[in-house]
Design a protein. Sequence first.
Lengths: 749, 152
Amino acid sequence: MEETNKAYSRRSFLKVTTISGGGMMIGFSWLMSLKPNELAANTLSINELVEFNGYLQITTDNKIKIFCPNPEFGQNVMTSLPMIIAEELDVDWKSCSIEQAPYDVKLYKRQFTGGSNSIRQAWKELRTVGASARQMLVLAASTAWDVPQEELTTQMGVVYHSNSGKSAAYGELASAAAKLPIPINTTLKKNSDFAILGKPQKNVEGLKIVTGKPLFTLDYHTEGMLIAMAQHPPSFGLKLKSFNAEELLKEPGIKEVFSIKVYEDDFQRALFDTRTFNELVIVVGNSTWEVLRARKKLIAKWEAISESKEVVSVFGTRKEELIPAGLENTDSQYAKMIEVSKKPAKLLRKDGNPELAFEQAKQILERTYTAPFLAHNTMEPISCFAHVTQDKAEFVAPIQAPDFIAPTIAARLGIPKENIAIKLARMGGGFGRRAYGHYMVEAGIISQKINAPVKLIYTREDDMTYGIYRPMYSVTYRAAIDANKKLIGLHVKGGGLPESPVHENRFPAGAVDNYLAESWEVPTNLTIGAFRAPRSNFIASAEQSFMDELSEVLEKDPIDFRIELLKRARENPVGKNNEYDPSRYIGVLETVKEKSDWNNLKLSNKKYGVAAYFCHQSYAAHVIELHITDGLPVVEKVTTAIDCGIVVNPEGAKNMIEGAVVDGIGTSLFGNLTLKKGKPDQQNFDKYRMIRHREAPQQIDIHFIKNEIDPTGLGEPPFPPVIAALANALYKAAGKRFYNQPFQKDLDT
Amino acid sequence: MIRKIDLKINAKIHSIEADENMPLLWAIRDLIGLKGTKYGCGIGSCGACTVHLDGVAVRSCQLPLSAIENQDITTIEGLSETGEHPVQKAWLELDVAQCGYCQTGQIMNASALLKDNPNPTDEDIDIFMSGNICRCGTYTRIKKAIKLASKK
């Protein structure tokens, strides 16, 4: 059995209270925070408990309720995080009822969904919570029966004393357990004893989803609620000049039309405060349809922005951002990238003597890869409910990072942060877009102004043209090859609008004697945001395509070539700070080689490609088999190997990986946000092509590497390498390489 | 033009007063209060708003109230509120959903398919379901669930 010994006081980490009417309630602070539960036990009633957050609740009739702290956007933490508690608590998973905890600044320090971090961060803490409760229940039984604790066992929510044949359900012991001191040392289960973890569990919200229960922000309704929509400039590089709402106000159901400033001029924003347009025209009415219709009668005039600088606080570091004036075109953006990429760039890392290696090279392979801006296109468009009164603000919102936007809302509305309540609605997709809560600030301002509860709704067009896109990128790889077909130097120089995608400490850094990594940036007045595996989602596609082409030039098998380099990085690494574990990386490559029947693939007529990548502490490798029909790939089979440490919920994990595979194929084939004079060419799904049923793979086989490593990330890691695996397979099928996303453009020619 | 309209939804008559140009989607969601039918795009391109009109799958965001007479409208709530419909059961058995936002539209479209074509091939499914987008990428699960439901 594993023992955990915490340095901090356990009394402040867990506070146990007796529920009036009997039972036990444990409050805990998630994610290493030490905020104690401040509730007074004797004011509680069973009904009130349903309102509380972050609690494990056991009632006298043996009902177990577990709250999930992190917001849900389809990654299924609502199932996996409570599973961890239930496991250590040692209860029947089927007897647990699960609820979403609201964001509550009084009780939580951090409720963040993103960076493939939820399980990673909460793993040890949640196990401790469940185990502590279990130990207290055991102690309660030991006291009641006057027997040593060591003679007691638990199983499925019951404490047993086999010597005497006594047993008691947790519910019977809960009230007594609540009065006991919290254990200082907690014994965690052996991984091999897991009864819930590592076994496939179904989505706890499955039934609600298939029966259409109102789970999403767009479904939220309350009495007296008004509807608001926000008109933003039609192009990036424009701002509001004036508007005329005379005709609009005559329309049925319309109450008010006014403009708002999202932030005041002196506002110092932090990373997640991104907003594209600071001044919006707001139309408020009684119902969605009335506002949608009437809005067309709004007459607004726009004018060009001037160049400006904004200071952004990025996790404490202040960065200055240049926002250029002008109406940008996609063609000129690509041209600008080419221009800047030829200039001297910022040195990220240098090992050995790359200049000399390239001078001495017998052959140099140089390739450039590009990818466009992407819109996140979450299935549920942006929306937010807000009800702001004199000194309180209540939100129902789809938000990945409530804790990052809450201080901004507080400052903007002039309401104390502790008076801001946010109900974390289930999100119809996140992908990084919903880490930026500008729509919460907007809804709050509107509600405060009209003094009424309001739901702000973005139409699909509003959403798709708003910005906060995945950046546009370009990267050039150069390989120096000597007379013996040995790789002696590697140079990666990459950049984008507005940021570089280069991860200089990732493979193949560490495996090449002479290595140079550089980056450059081009400012833009488009806004960008995290998009499923930021930077990795592009650089992996370029790097792994280049590795494929390089292995061909070196006349090596693409998997063996990577493994050869990884072995070098493991046995005799070059340089410092190599960010990956070569053994785990080799592991997924060897597994995907075996499971895809790689050696037979090579002998067949099949068109296939491989790619692998490391990010968010996990390792993923894919082999894609396809053929091309009518100018589009038909993906027959994807074989995937994943090392994400201990897999908490294999069912949810597999679903998410399948989704990442589909997402990678769709994004790289079709994803494309282009502009003319600052105006997006794509405003809805008629022009922005999404992957559909017929383009999804026919078969996806997933293999998890079994190990005892604490869980590492999974939401993002499978996604980046899909794109290069596809590109490498397309090369075999089409007889040419694909360097520029979206690939579909080059498939037609 | 605002007028009185009777809509037969899930075997119940709802008498409402609404703009006859209002798409059925907003009548269902805002006037009648059934939230299972979703808004995804408003241009009939994503399928999230799919309902049945006399058993046929239609995109309710594209159907103005003026075009509806006495047809039976079925929403997800009308399939089964407790998840007893074979398609819903298959969805649950195969743990299809991720974020879940598109799924009611997928289920409504799939159930219409199975009514007309109880044993669809992969190609039938691909073609019939091509109007339903899933951003989370649950397509392979949806296909398996449709086939599972067809066996029930």
